[in-house]
Design a protein around this ligand. Structure first.
Ligand SMILES: [Zn+2]
Length: 283
């Protein structure tokens, strides 16, 4: 029966260019993903169980309750090349099923922006930072991998969108570091919108780098992060709707002028928010 369905799909001239196996399907066009973006894998319902994971890039990823698995591709750790994706039993790491898919990771071609002045990050008190890091990782740990809180496509967090600092590398003197988000032009007090429905897992003020920050859990291991805010309008544990005003933008924390820093974390990896929104909305 399943074979017949597969043949029908191919006969209709679908854009499946490589025969997909039946246990799971990689959704990205031509099985290609860029560094800093998201690989999407649908695990078929008949094989989906609590102990089934997707193996890719040396790690195992948990599908949500519908079988959809979002895998953030690290911009630095995952090098361009060919990788094999397959299903594993998460208890013992053994291969489940008989099939695998080959995916190709392309260079993210991330921009390198030369800057004149490094932000104050090197002056941060290490004890204070350790406490902050604990709060942040605790927030991510409260996120849900199995639920899907989203309501259709992701949107952008500002009405007027202008990128002043892309996701990519910043070069200062002889050092290069990754700018792990997108800087958007926003005068202080601009309304910041939830990019999709979700739960507030962090809403706290006065982080040394991030300033006042909100983290939303969209389920499926996907988080959106909003930094340097002047005012936070939501509380931890609260549910928010897509497009809801969650905060006002500002210039708090390590920031050299009013703007919104938007970040995206997918399955534990910080990815390019705009590139990832584009990929996630496509499927
Ligand atoms: Zn930034």
């Amino acid at each position: 029966m399943k074979k017949a369905i597969l043949i029908t799909v191919l006969a209709l001239g679908s854009d499946i260019s490589v025969a997909q196996n039946q246990d799971f399907r990689v959704l990205n066009d031509q099985l290609i993903v860029k560094q800093g973006q998201v690989l999407i894998v649908d695990v078929n319902k008949y094989i989906l169980a609590s102990d089934i994971g997707v193996y890719a890039f040396g790690s195992t990823y948990t599908p949500n309750k519908n079988g959809r698995t979002f895998i953030g591709v690290d911009s630095e750790k995952v090098k361009p090349g060919l990788y094999v994706v397959y299903l594993v039993n998460m208890k013992d790491g053994s291969w489940v099923g008989s099939q695998s898919s080959q995916v190709e990771v392309l260079s993210g071609s991330l921009p390198v922006v030369r800057i004149n002045k490094k932000s104050a990050s090197s002056q941060v008190d290490s004890k204070r930072r350790a406490k902050e890091s604990q709060l942040i990782s605790g927030a991510y740990a409260r996120g849900s991998k199995s639920e899907d809180f989203t309501d259709g496509d992701f949107i952008y967090p500002l009405k007027d969108l202008f990128i002043t600092g892309p996701f990519g590398f910043r070069a200062y003197s002889n050092a290069t570091f990754l700018h792990r988000g997108v800087d958007l032009r926003a005068t202080a007090g601009t309304s910041v919108l939830a990019v999709n429905s979700g739960k507030v897992v962090l809403a706290k003020t006065n982080f040394s780098l991030e300033g006042n920050m909100v983290i939303l859990d969209h389920g499926s291991g996907v988080f959106s992060i909003y930094m340097h805010l002047s005012r936070i309008l939501v509380k931890e544990g609260q549910t928010v709707n897509k497009g809801q005003i969650i905060a006002l933008s500002g210039n708090t924390g390590s920031s050299t002028g009013p703007h919104l820093h938007l970040a995206f974390k997918v399955s534990g990896t910080i990815v390019d928010p705009f590139g990832s929104i584009e990929v996630i909305n496509k499927y």
